[in-house]
Write a protein that binds this ligand. Sequence first.
Ligand code: NAD
Length: 343
Amino acid sequence: MGKMNIAIIGYGGMGSYHASTLLPEEYYTLAGIWDISKQQRAKAEEADIKVYESLEAVLADDEVESIIIATPNDSHKDISIAALEAGKHVICEKPVMLSSEELDEVLEVAEATDRVFMVHQNRRWDPDFLVVRELFHNKQIGDIFHIESRVHGANGIPGDWRHMKAQGGGMVLDWGVHLLDQIHTLVDSPIAKVRSDLSFVLGNEVDDGFTITILHENGIKSVVEVGTTNFVKLPRWYLKGTKGTAIIEDWDLSGRTIVATDNNAATPQPIQAGVGLTKTMAPPSEEAAEEIPLPTPHLMNESFYFNFYRVVREEAEPIVKNNEVREVMLLMEQVFNEADIIN
Ligand code: NAD
């Protein structure tokens, strides 16, 4: 079918990562980049990447079939519309837009121009997330009814535009969109209730972290949390099921599950706890519970990039669907509208 010529708009952290690490050479040729920063353009030249004179020059190049948008969040809409109207297929970085209205506008243009528009929700491919997905299916800890998904750092909000509301800064739009997208694909049940606490402890105009609690109609509860002031971090995932508990400490997949055995007779012995005695909080006896390693994740059959290639060339089904992206956008709007501010 031949390689796809693709150009990147925005050659910063993520744009250069797409160029150097991500784009699989078997399906793509990197046509070049455009960045408004002279410094970033110079970096691309140093890496022997063609630098276009402007966005318009990229879009006027008939050799360019698709573009990747890796610019700050507030510019996604205008660049997407310009690219689609110029006949290009588009991969847009997350968060897709700043609002569902913006997204609807872009999707209408994609429909009218008959071009593919897909959002880089790459963390659906994360191995830790795929372990969680496996735990949902293999029932190693029974039916999962409680999910805690966390990302903790201690470096504050990075960069400059990520501090600004008008540019779509803040952690809900940055990391929240990934974690909420994961929960949305994991739990196949409508949302009954959402509660969100946003943190502004660092004094920025955008949130530096949050805790979002979601109650799904099927009874599953998800707690999604991002912090940028956590010098000691909590585990990436903590899951409770009807038969046991799973913990995934980090992206390195360290962790374990503890599951109940069928030995109902093995009652826990009371333990000294602080200055008191407890049986309720005593660890299960050795006969009543066993440790089982985390399952091996089933990796996704195709990469995000190959899927995009096949969507464009073969009309394959997109793995990241725009209706899903829109539902997560609506959820983030609900989070902002109903948020409590905890400082
Ligand atoms: P960045 O600040 O490192 O890079 C952005 C680049 O875009 C800069 O070089 C800037 O000069 C350039 N730019 C700004 N406005 C432009 C415009 N109108 N036209 C052309 N270039 C322009 O930011 P980043 O961390 O690379 O983030 C870029 C996008 O990628 C954001 O939407 C972010 O959310 C997303 N991102 C996604 C992931 C992921 O895992 N999917 C990871 C990081 C960032």
